[in-house]
Design a binder for this molecule. Structure first.
Ligand code: SF4
Ligand code: SF4
Length: 144
């Protein structure tokens, strides 16, 4: 049988004093919160999020679509002249399911698709999917 130990009893005032010490200890420390967006958060070098696509470099090989573990990439037909992409297919990306694993970037034979530090991708539309053309735009030019 397991013996259950009674917790040590202490005067209620001791708990209050400990609480006051805990508060006092943090009073003069620098806050960990920042006034975003006026202040920018610290971004580690290896932080990555928003995916970009170079339409000129994409050869439509579909490797990025095949390697994506979350099926976040679907190839789409885009009517544009590109002698390197005869089938005229380019990836879109659903950022609602993308887990930023970088598989697509690593497998791409032409470095056409790559992740960046950009992370402010909030949208009012009910879709997190960026078309190939939107992936090629700077974030502030994407219609949200
Ligand atoms: S980063 Fe990973 S999850 Fe996101 S689109 Fe690329 S392969 Fe898919
Ligand atoms: S982005 Fe890269 S991996 Fe994906 S279809 Fe284009 S060339 Fe192939």
């Amino acid at each position: 049988m397991i013996e259950v130990k009674e917790p040590k009893k202490e005067l209620p005032i001791i708990g209050s004093i400990k609480g006051m010490f805990a508060v006092a200890k943090h009073l003069f420390q620098k806050p960990v919160t920042i006034q975003y967006p006026e202040e920018r958060p610290y971004e580690p070098d290896r932080f990555r999020f928003r995916i970009f696509l170079s339409l000129d470099d994409c050869v439509g090989c579909t490797l990025c679509e095949q390697v994506c573990p979350n099926k976040s990439i679907t190839m789409q037909r885009v009517e544009r002249e590109n002698p390197r992409n005869k089938r005229k297919i380019y990836p879109d990306v659903n950022f609602g399911t993308c887990t930023v694993c970088r598989n697509c970037e690593e497998i791409c034979p032409t470095d056409a698709i790559y992740l960046t530090h950009v992370f402010e991708t909030a949208r009012t539309r009910n879709s997190f999917t960026y078309s190939p053309e939107e992936l090629a735009l700077p974030e502030d030019e994407v219609i949200k």
